[in-house]
Design a binder for this molecule. Sequence first.
Ligand SMILES: Cc1cc2nc3c(=O)[nH]c(=O)nc-3n(C[C@H](O)[C@H](O)[C@H](O)COP(=O)(O)OP(=O)(O)OC[C@H]3O[C@@H](n4cnc5c(N)ncnc54)[C@H](O)[C@@H]3O)c2cc1C
Length: 354
Amino acid sequence: MQTQVKYLIVGQGIVGTFMSYHLDKAGISYLLVNDESLPSASSVASGVMNPVTGRRIVQTWMIETLLPYAVNAYSAIQQKLNIQIIQNAPVILLHPSEQMKDSFEYRMQHDNIYLLRQDPTHWTPYFNAPFGVDGIDDCYWIDINKMLQSWRNYLITYQHYLNAHFDSKEVIFSEKNVRWKNVTAEKIIFCDGIASSQNPYFSSLPFAPNKGEALIVKIPGLPNKNIYKNNISVIPWKDDLFWVGSNYEWTFQDSNPSIAFKEKMIESLDKFLKLPYEIVDHIAGIRPTNTQRRPFVGVHPTQSQLAICNGMGTKGCSLAPYFTAQLLAHLEYGAPVEAEASIVRFASLFTKNP
Ligand SMILES: Cc1cc2nc3c(=O)[nH]c(=O)nc-3n(C[C@H](O)[C@H](O)[C@H](O)COP(=O)(O)OP(=O)(O)OC[C@H]3O[C@@H](n4cnc5c(N)ncnc54)[C@H](O)[C@@H]3O)c2cc1C
């Protein structure tokens, strides 16, 4: 049977989910193809949106626009699917060193927007915190796996979903359309995460894959309405489980969980957590990071039937809702894409490619 749609989306991580959500909301026809046997960064992500970052505790790029947009978008999906996926979860900073405490104090006194004082005695039953306890407000935790699964069920119900492998070699171009197997579309939108770095049409973008791991740990008695940060993060996962991680590996052999990471997490947990815990799982994934730490959004410079929304790096949860909407507005109405995110900045790299 032939299928004709306006957009064919490849991939259902956070990016493909929002791409299809915006199309669905706008009443535009689409089909999403996702290979469930491939790894997905989104399914191992801790799901945190934190407006400040790094050792210097500075605001993240565009956060004043991205965060309110994302909170609204997750709340809207939550309402549409009648599920609970977003919660406000302040970060409890259990300073790992005197230097980090000083950084916090400096920020508190200069352009402090999101920082909070905490009563350390509230947290001493749970953690060793010799360098003090502070906090970050306006952080959110998203139950990514629940969102991915529930949205997939919705797509299946309304016949917008295909669990299959998309092979770029099977694409046939015509002047106005593009065909893949029995699907004809005006455009293909690649939301395929790190797989795009091997995709013949977009592999010249400067992807720099980064591996991250986490332990899933049962910690009975630890309040699950907060995110806890020391050298590592302890983040609510589901029920009485917590996500504990992570690392940022630029060179790695494979995408599998490693013994070295597990041992390092156990050492850190033993040092700062006072409660008993039990490890129930160990997960790993590859972040679609890049050398510029900015998304890749736009239409292929020489193949106008192909578009991409990718390169979300370590911040897919806050970037994906906004940049998928921006790509759609660009495709439908020619609205501009944020200059720092637009793939136009790499146009010269594409000349050698198909
Ligand atoms: C350990 C870890 C922790 C993280 N924590 C956070 C966090 O707390 N907050 C945050 O904002 N970000 C976090 N991230 C980053 C976040 O996971 C990514 O930015 C985001 O998930 C990228 O989403 P994506 O949709 O681009 O890619 P993916 O989630 O990888 O999705 C790509 C999809 O494309 C499909 N696909 C690929 N190739 C094909 C093909 N040929 N045919 C069909 N389907 C295909 C795959 O099956 C997959 O479902 C974390 C990442 C890791 C690894």
